[in-house]
Design a protein around this ligand. Structure first.
Ligand code: NAD
Ligand code: ZN
Length: 348
């Protein structure tokens, strides 16, 4: 079968012929309906140095995947061929304390993980191919009824990642509070809906692109602001001078981290989700008092079930642009030049 593979760091992915995988004991072969085109893949192509991560190329791209069970390895029960499923992408050891509660992103036993800190499409072959081998059946999550696997694919990362970030700030997102979502692309367009669907907070969306701001308004943002010099002041104005209770930064460059710190409220949360390479100077007087700053990586297995449920109930809408398999490089090019609304999904 053909697969879109990253063959080396600092390179563009290439189509290659690879052998169709066969599921071994405990494994599941998934026929891919959709594979999401994530900005992290652009970072993989351009930003990482050899040796920076504990895993590396060559591997098949695509870490946001959903499709149908194609074949089951020996001993796998509870799944049936043809069943629509999503793939939980971070693959830990399965037995450490974090993995046991489904937080495989933070596996504490790297020797036991197939690609420590990575997973399908991140160090191990992912879903930019007709079939994807999932090494442990626990990583295959049945889709709730009525959820199209092509629309579900982005939920496994572009949905799950902000869901995890928003969920950990739930106690601060009370009625009267405000959440700011910076960057309304693949992750951000879902982040703002997740705040709306799961809390009573108001949402302010920020982006540099007018199309993204228009999209944020369509999706229910209470206010959508261009990113610029006066954005923090406008957020303060919109929050009676106090600032945002929670900021979810889906960009993570110097400008957005600076904005996050400038518009956040004392006692608030600033959660850095974007891998934009920025840094945030921290000293006694640079941050609001008791602002909690955290980075988050992807999400947990139980959280994926919750995200899928939100979508199946119509509370979360993935805005997608479909690309045929041959057009996958064009999808990445469009993402790189900021020419997409929501998420691009490749349909192998
Ligand atoms: P995307 O390209 O779809 O969206 C990014 C959005 O940010 C775009 O709408 C863009 O216009 C906007 N933007 C760019 N610069 C901006 C600025 N200065 N101010 C405001 N908005 C700005 O990307 P994506 O796939 O949603 O990914 C977003 C980031 O999150 C990437 O860095 C990606 O690698 C990272 N990511 C992190 C995790 C994680 O687990 N932490 C998971 C997935 C993606
Ligand atoms: Zn991703």
């Amino acid at each position: 079968m053909r697969a879109l593979r990253l063959l080396a760091w600092k390179s563009e992915p290439e189509f290659a012929d690879v052998e169709e995988p066969r599921p071994g004991p405990g494994q599941v072969l998934v026929r891919i309906a959709g594979a999401g085109v994530c900005h992290s893949d652009l970072h993989l192509m351009h930003d990482f140095e050899p040796g920076q991560l504990p895993w590396g190329p060559p591997f098949t791209l695509g870490h946001e995947n959903a499709g149908w069970v194609h074949a089951l390895g020996e001993g796998v029960t509870g799944l049936a061929p043809g069943q629509p499923v999503a793939v939980y992408g971070p693959w830990g050891c399965g037995v450490c304390r974090n993995c046991r509660v489904g937080v495989e992103t933070y596996c504490e036993n790297p020797e036991g993980a197939p690609a420590p800190g990575g997973g399908g499409g991140l160090g191990i072959d992912g879903g930019m191919a007709e079939f994807m081998l999932v090494p442990y059946a626990r990583h295959v999550v049945p889709l709730p009824e009525g959820l199209d696997p092509v629309l579900a694919a982005p939920l496994t990362d572009a949905g799950l990642t902000p869901y995890h970030a928003v969920r950990r700030s739930w106690p601060k997102l009370v009625p009267g509070s405000t959440a700011v979502v910076i960057g309304v692309g693949g992750l951000g367009h879902l982040a703002l809906q997740i705040v709306k669907a799961t809390t009573a907070a108001r949402v302010i969306a920020v982006d540099v692109r007018e199309e993204a701001l228009a999209h944020a308004r369509e999706l229910g943002a209470d206010l959508a602001l261009p990113s610029g010099e006066d954005t923090a002041a406008r957020i303060k104005d919109a929050t009676r001078g106090t600032g945002a209770d929670v900021v979810i930064d889906c960009v993570g460059n110097d400008a957005t981290l600076g904005l996050g710190a400038a518009c956040a409220r004392q006692l608030g949360d600033l959660t850095i989700v974007g891998i934009g390479g920025g840094t945030l100077p921290v000293s006694f007087f640079t941050l609001p008092y008791e602002l909690s700053v955290q980075t988050t990586y992807w999400g947990s297995r139980p959280e994926l079930i919750e995200v899928l449920d939100l979508a199946a109930r119509g509370l979360l809408h993935t805005t997608i642009t479909r690309f045929a398999f041959d057009e996958a490089p064009e999808a990445y090019a469009r993402l790189a030049r900021g020419g997409l609304t929501g998420r691009a999904v490749v349909t192998p």
